[in-house]
Design a protein around this ligand. Sequence first.
Ligand SMILES: [Fe+2]
Ligand SMILES: [Fe+2]
Length: 299
Amino acid sequence: MRHIDRYVISSLELHLFFARIMKEHSLFLQAGFTPRDRDYAQKANHFLNQFEQVLHEAVRLSDCIVSPEVLSSGEVVTEFTLDAEIQTQRLSSIQIDTRITEMEKKLRPGSRSFISPDVVRGVRALNRTALRLLDGLIEFKENILRNVDRCRMFTMNYPLLIEHILREARLYRSCLCNYENGRDFDCQTLRELTSFWNRIMMEHAMFIRGLLDPSEEALFDTADEFARDFARLLEQARDKNDMTIAKESLAEAMKIRDFKAAGARGILECEIRSIILPLLADHVLREANHYIRLLHCES
Ligand SMILES: [Fe+2]
Ligand SMILES: [Fe+2]
């Protein structure tokens, strides 16, 4: 494959996953502020709209270009995404452009033997826009975290969650920088990949645990177990080779994926008591699907 084709495909696949993740982080931030911090909520909404545009453009450029593995992985959209958006919009009155989700469901995998210069130009411009926005969003998240850590701000989002979404934004930026600077398309080594995402999966289990209603004992016991299992994987990584870690991580990631899918269904059907927005339930499920797809690529 030509280098330029890989550049286009890798960039678009990255945006399909991460631009949606960033727009949803912005929504979670917006929904979590108190009336005092109305200006912060507005700024979060600005990033929501901006990343929605990045995602929209990425979707427009991606048809018949991105790989079937990405489209079928459940990291772009899941069977729950549209319902989760509709419910989240109804519950929060924050506007979500669900047309993008409809478009994503119709995306076709790559079949073109030649990627046109127009598409290449579109991707270059999109990468530049995304990088600029990411700098702003990262600064914004850092600012919120600083305020929360110094007890100058109250938000419904855990400090660890703000730190967590900051790390995800930095990973998106560092991959994009790699692509733009013509470096390789694997932005993490296998070891970096597993240590990054095992920590993310561990923290998801911790967030789920903390956001479930205190009466949901059976569920939060399971969440606690997942947190412990991923902590163990992280701890034992030093003494194991990369392939062993990858294999064990894959098995664990598939288990937590099933737990998250059951959770998303339960929350959408109003069968689980929690303070988890439906879109957050779907969001963490997509991140597990993304991790699983990356691990499959490695094996
Ligand atoms: Fe996230
Ligand atoms: Fe996450």
